[in-house]
Write a protein that binds this ligand. Structure first.
Ligand SMILES: [Cu+2]
Length: 224
């Protein structure tokens, strides 16, 4: 860029280009029987700076998690701290969304078809979302302050571009595998890797309702 100092002659202001690279490579999800799952649906990759010039990301545009057919859609999402999350109810029955995750507790109360309660997520971490009416409804929201985070639905692995050079923690997570981390050094150019998670957890984690009690037997509301 050019600046014009007081004497009127343009001076070239030199800026040192920031080294940047990429992190890329396949991710595999190993089943209990040793085979690999065909899809990385619901898998999350997060690149957290340990020592790297990455400013914390501010609130992102509002996130929408719908209740459809007694399920949350999407089941797994990512937001930065301070982001609004709305929960439109597209069913014809009452739903609720609550979290008892420390640092991001909330309870929307029961809400009707067409309603869309809104909450603001505050602190980084994994937020587990449940419905107090329907035991089987669960979703996960990763609150992260790094701009380098992605849900791997429809992908075969990780790819982060324009990553400033430095040291990072690569965190991979899946609802049925929990998370694993690796330290990754990023320089100028691609950093290649190959990463694996192992399925070890049930598809639906045992959990209580928002009062910390067992769920009541299912109500007859099949016509959602
Ligand atoms: Cu529900």
């Amino acid at each position: 860029m050019f600046r014009t100092p007081a004497h009127g002659l343009p001076v070239l202001a030199l800026t040192v280009p920031l080294l940047a690279g990429s992190v890329q490579g396949p991710v595999r999800l190993r089943e209990k029987d040793g085979r690999f799952r065909a899809s990385l649906k619901d898998c999350v990759a997060i690149l957290e700076p340990i020592e790297a010039p990455v400013p914390a990301a501010g609130p992102s545009k509002p996130l929408v998690i719908r209740t459809v057919g007694k399920e949350f859609h999407p089941r797994v999402s990512i937001a930065t701290p301070g982001t609004d999350v709305t929960f439109p109810n597209l069913d014809h029955i009452l739903h609720n969304v609550f979290s008892v995750t420390q640092g991001n507790r909330f309870d929307t109360g029961q809400y009707r078809p067409g309603d869309a309660p809104r909450v603001k997520v505050a602190n980084p971490g994994l937020v587990k979302l449940y419905c107090n009416v329907h035991h089987q409804m669960n979703a996960f929201l990763w609150v992260v302050s790094t701009p380098f985070a992605q849900v791997l639905d429809g992908r075969s692995g990780v790819r982060f571009d324009r990553v400033p050079a430095g040291t990072y923690r690569l965190r991979l997570w899946h609802p049925e595998a929990g998370d694993r981390t690796w330290t990754v050094a990023v320089g100028d150019g691609p950093t290649q890797g190959a990463w694996e998670l192992e399925v070890s957890l049930p598809a639906l984690e045992p959990h209580k309702n928002k009062f910390g009690r067992d769920y009541a037997p299912p109500a007859d509301d099949r016509n959602y």
